[in-house]
Design a protein around this ligand. Structure first.
Ligand code: SME
Length: 166
């Protein structure tokens, strides 16, 4: 049993939808039970339960090689298993350490297409001890699928995931 903090009843939750809070609670339980081995379950959970989340995955930073490597994911397989820092949405987040919400991927010049069906994307970094160690990447087949609420939800999830990464 992992020690994943049960800090779910804080004021930030009044800024989230009910399904966001429920998915955070389920994710917290998965992480407490399985640790980082549960990341695939979280991807599958978000893909099946979160509206308009059509591809959900984790990328992990390798500062020595300046690349992101794909970890657990749920959705169509992708050729972008290794992404250089700076390339695409994920590569930009690797350099900036800031979330990037892209309402229409066709309007983005620095973008790596995983699938022709993807219309919008949201990438949120994962920090540990002030160092960016990875990111959560969500693709949607819907234009303008994501809002600030999704970003807050994923930032909170990123904090829970960070607690089980060694
Ligand atoms: N679209 C991403 C690449 C990863 S796929 O979405 C799975 C990007 O531009 O970095």
């Amino acid at each position: 049993m992992q020690n994943v903090s049960a800090r779910l009843m804080t004021p930030i939750f009044i800024l989230m939808k009910k399904w966001h809070v429920e998915l955070l609670e389920s994710s917290r339980e998965i992480l407490a039970d399985k640790g980082k081995e549960g990341l695939g379950d979280i991807c599958a959970l978000l893909k099946s339960e979160a509206p308009q989340y059509d591809w959900v995955g984790f990328y992990w930073m390798n500062d020595a090689e300046q690349t992101l490597r794909l970890g657990a994911y749920s959705g169509a397989s992708t050729e972008h298993v290794l992404i250089p820092y700076g390339k695409g949405i994920c590569g930009q987040v690797a350099l900036s350490g800031r979330a990037l919400l892209v309402p229409d991927v066709h309007a983005e010049t620095n973008y790596l297409a995983c699938s022709t069906t993807t219309q919008s994307e949201l990438v949120v970094p994962i920090f540990q001890n002030d160092r960016c160690i990875g990111q959560i990447d969500i693709d949607s087949h819907t234009l303008h699928a994501f809002t600030g609420e999704d970003q807050r939800f994923l930032e909170y999830l990123s904090g829970l995931v960070s607690e089980v990464m060694s």
